[in-house]
Design a protein around this ligand. Structure first.
Ligand code: NAD
Length: 360
């Protein structure tokens, strides 16, 4: 039988904590992958997982991704993430959110929470009544909804990826398929529409797409047609693992550039995209706008500084793609190398880090 530590060893986690509150029905898992660069910051996802294993896998992969995201974005933060096993449409209650806030507080600052799928600014406000370790709220000094800056970063990174693919960075007339018309999908559609792109959108909740149709004249496509629809850019803005052995052969796009975390189901999927000549903008590098935005709260939020930093997602993606080309490795490997180099340098310049972890 698989022991509880095998998952932690597989991904290299420092800590995974389980929280249960009988009264509210809260079942939450907080994953702290690394605190080498600083406290582990990452959003909380509320999702109706098929089973506990699916939730554990998600929190492990998401929190590891946050370590790499912060490292590549140049932030002095570690990687963490939380999941709450519940349907955000039908099971979310104030009591459950408050219980989660108490769980975050119990982590003592090793983990700082924020929004992710199924969570809103109002939810963070409620969580913040129970903990000081929450960002992305509407309180004084709060940075609010991170999805606007996430979308802005994706828009910048998409331009760099298109240029790398030889299509130029002018989005006028480009066909972009957006998978997921949620917070990021909506704001990304807004930037793309202003740039003249032709939008196609799919969501499993039809009501989510109404705004994109009425405001940006987006064309609705069926959720299972997103992969096979011909377009210049496929923008995954829903859940992860959507680039896999079933979907990659169907792709008719030149570029994959979207906000979803953990888009590659496995390592080999990144190689498959590369060998098919599809330019992939690594997820944790292109979607770093949100964490850059919430992290700015910790130093006193300044919107102009955040916009300047997020604009540089263009350069980050361009650098990764140049490195990928020069070394003939897929972009996800090139991005990992950049992140791992920064983490190794941090450990080298501060050997105490390793000691502190052992004592934690
Ligand atoms: P959201 O919950 O607002 O939107 C997600 C949307 O995807 C929902 O409308 C949902 O119905 C839809 N969806 C789910 N499964 C789908 C499927 N199979 N096909 C089509 N649509 C589907 O979440 P969000 O905040 O917009 O985040 C989207 C993605 O971007 C997530 O993977 C998230 O982790 C990632 N991300 C978000 C931020 C942020 O600032 N919100 C930052 C970084 C990364």
């Amino acid at each position: 039988m698989k022991g509880v530590f095998s998952d932690l060893e597989q991904y290299g986690h420092e800590q995974v904590s389980y929280f249960h509150d009988k009264a509210s029905g809260l079942k939450a898992i907080i994953g702290v992958h690394s605190t080498v660069l600083g406290p582990a910051l990452g959003g909380c996802r509320m999702w109706k997982y098929a089973d506990e294993q699916a939730a554990i896998r998600d929190v492990l992969r998401l929190s590891r991704g946050m370590t790499y995201k912060a490292a590549v974005a140049g932030l002095n933060l570690g990687g963490g993430k939380a999941v709450i096993m519940a349907d955000s449409h039908t099971q979310k209650t104030p009591e459950m959110l408050k219980a989660f806030g108490r769980a975050v507080e119990a982590m003592g600052g090793r983990y700082i929470t924020a929004e992710d799928v199924g969570m809103s600014v109002a939810d963070i406000d409620l969580i913040s009544t129970q903990t000081k370790y929450a960002v992305g709220g509407s309180n004084e000094g709060g940075s609010g909804d991170p999805s606007v800056m996430t979308a802005f970063g994706v828009f910048q990174g998409m331009k760099a990826a298109l240029k790398h693919a030889g299509l130029g960075e002018n989005l006028d007339g480009m066909r972009v398929v957006i998978q997921g018309a949620g917070n990021v999908g909506y704001h990304l559609a807004s930037y793309l529409n202003a740039a003249g792109a032709k939008l196609m959108v799919a969501d499993i909740y039809p009501a989510q797409m109404e705004r994109l149709v009425s405001e940006f004249q987006a064309e609705i496509i069926a959720p299972d047609k997103v992969y096979s629809t011909e377009c210049e850019v496929f923008a995954p803005c829903a859940l992860g693992a959507i680039l896999n052995s079933q979907t990659i052969p169907q792709l008719k796009c030149k570029v994959v550039a979207g906000s979803a975390n953990n888009q590659l189901d496995s390592e080999s999927d990144g190689y498959d995209l590369f060998s098919r000549g599809i330019v992939y903008a690594p997820d944790y590098a292109i979607n770093s706008g949100g964490v850059i935005n919430v992290a700015a709260e910790l130093d006193g939020y300044n919107h102009a500084n955040v916009v300047a930093k997020v604009t540089r997602v263009y350069n980050t993606i361009a650098d990764i793609l140049d490195r990928s080309k020069a070394q003939a490795v897929p972009p996800h490997k090139a991005a990992d190398e950049i992140a791992e180099l920064r983490l190794a340098q941090a450990k080298k310049s501060n050997p105490e880090v390793e000691k502190q972890l052992c004592q934690a």
